[in-house]
Design a binder for this molecule. Structure first.
Ligand SMILES: [Zn+2]
Length: 89
């Protein structure tokens, strides 16, 4: 049963349960790779083992749009590094 009092519709209660599960489960830490990252508050996640604080989604540590953003940042860093190398030569 979901903590929130969701009424009127099995599908809505099912979705609330899924959100609850994703919000309360422990995720693998990107730093120490232990399964001990838990939700602190809205979009704030912290590792109970190494103390790392991570910005994630509201109800889950990773979101599809967050992964797109991370990839964009990574690609940008790669491009910048290549440009820096080119200007040295
Ligand atoms: Zn950790």
């Amino acid at each position: 049963m979901s903590k929130t009092d969701v009424r009127y519709g099995a599908e809505l209660r099912k979705r609330a349960r899924a959100v609850d599960r994703s919000r309360t489960r422990a995720y693998e830490c990107p730093k120490c790779s232990k399964k001990s990252v838990r939700r602190v508050s809205n979009a704030v996640w912290a590792c109970r083992s190494c103390g790392a604080q991570i910005a994630g989604g509201t109800y889950s540590l990773f979101t599809p749009s967050g992964e797109v953003a991370a990839r964009t940042v990574k690609d940008h860093a790669k491009t910048r590094a290549a440009q820096a190398e080119k200007s040295v030569q």
